[in-house]
Design a protein around this ligand. Structure first.
Ligand code: TRP
Length: 382
């Protein structure tokens, strides 16, 4: 469950949303959402999963046919999140290799390199497809055990690397402005939109509101402590998010960069920091992006698994076929998302590009509705 929760949501999404929403005040609202809403919804999901021992749709259905739609809504959310998540997973993979092909040569150029990379028509697509193939290989074979072993090594690696990055960042002259940005709230920038973004991010980062944690709960033994398990996942996830903030903002201010840089933030600031590390820079950079890619992978397989489990259980497909067919459609959505950063930036759905469309649709709408439904289900029905 921690592998599912800790992913791009913590290291890529949380820092850039913090930057776009003015820093500390956003973080405080986010923490409030995590404690008050996220923790409770996670307990609810674990409880339904443990009671029914079934995956999302089956779990609802087994209690009442009228609730099947809540499970199906979750499957649809997972499907749409997979419409953009693998694009960023692909960026992480690409950056493993870019670490030794010029990315770190000039610290001031990381922004331009990132912009040119994601806007290119072909290169990011190749990485997205490679990333998807990794997901397919794992989910089609049902070999999550293998990735779990890899993540037991790479997750602690990520943790240690974050500490190194934090220490390097706060040692730079001018970094204290970043600490102030993270810890001294400026409430003047807070709007209703800030609160909605914080709430959406709390669902996204904890993998809530779509039956993912429900499915993981179905593997819990009957004597396992549900609030205890939920607390462990919530604390670990929040710790990694805060560490990512500490890794990025002090360095960002020291370099005189802009917090509002948007989705490129981690891909711009962290390499700039590595390029100040001399000979060890490339090695640390390779490890960092490899660990990030694995963290992403342990999250996206949990998303894909919800979709695949639905096709297997409800549509009676076999595992391979279900994985191939869903991944083919997902890959098409990802191609559109990726191209919306460049060639297709003019194509809009409801006023935004494909990438933002899938993102906003899921985390600001679907996940919150899914979270509300599970809460009503557990509190008033079950
Ligand atoms: N929580 C993951 C992350 O932070 C992403 C994720 C995995 C997710 N499963 C989910 C988000 C289910 C919402 C719902 O990267």
């Amino acid at each position: 469950a921690a592998g599912s929760a800790i992913g791009l949501g913590n290291i890529w999404r949380f820092p850039y949303l913090t930057g776009e929403n003015g820093g500390s005040a956003f973080i405080i609202i986010y923490l409030f959402c995590i404690i008050i809403v996220g923790f409770s919804v996670m307990i609810a999901e674990f409880a339904v999963g443990r009671r029914t021992s079934l995956a999302a749709v089956g779990a609802y259905k087994s209690q009442s046919r009228n609730w099947t739609f809540a499970g199906v809504l979750g499957v649809i959310s997972g499907f749409f999140i997979m419409g953009f998540y693998p694009v960023v997973g692909g960026w992480s993979l690409a950056y493993i290799f870019k670490s030794i092909t010029g990315l770190l040569a000039v610290p001031e150029a990381t922004g331009e390199i990132f912009g040119a990379f994601i806007g290119a028509p072909v290169e990011p697509l190749i990485w997205t497809v490679i990333y998807m193939l990794l997901n397919v290989a794992i989910v089609a074979k049902g070999i999550a055990g293998g990735i779990e072993k890899a993540s037991k090594v790479l997750m602690p690696t990520l943790f240690v690397l974050l500490i190194i990055v934090i220490l390097k960042g706060i040692s730079l002259p001018g970094s204290s402005a970043g600490l102030r940005y993270l810890f001294k709230p400026d409430w003047s920038q807070v709007t209703g939109g800030t609160v909605l973004t914080a709430l959406g991010q709390s669902f996204f980062t904890l993998s809530l509101g779509m039956g993912c944690m429900l499915t993981y709960g179905s593997y819990l033994r009957k004597d396992e402590n549900i609030p205890g398990n939920a607390l462990t996942v919530v604390v670990m996830d929040t710790l990694v998010a805060i560490m990512a903030g500490l890794a990025i903002f002090p360095a960002l201010f020291a370099f005189g960069m802009q917090p509002e840089a948007g989705p490129g933030l981690v891909f711009i600031v962290v390499p700039a920091l590595f390029s100040h590390m001399g000979n060890v820079g490339p090695i640390i950079s390779i490890l960092f992006f490899a660990a990030l890619a694995v963290a992403a992978l342990t999250s996206s397989i949990s998303l894909l698994e919800v979709v695949v489990a639905y096709l297997i259980d409800e549509k009676k497909m076999d595992r391979r076929f279900a994985t191939y067919i869903s991944s083919a459609v997902i890959t098409v959505m990802c191609v559109l998302s990726s191209l919306s950063m460049g060639k297709m930036s003019g194509v809009k759905l409801f006023g935004v590009g494909f990438f933002d469309f899938f993102d906003i649709l899921t985390d600001k709408i679907f996940l919150a509705i899914g979270g509300m439904l599970i809460t009503i289900f557990v509190g008033w029905f079950m």
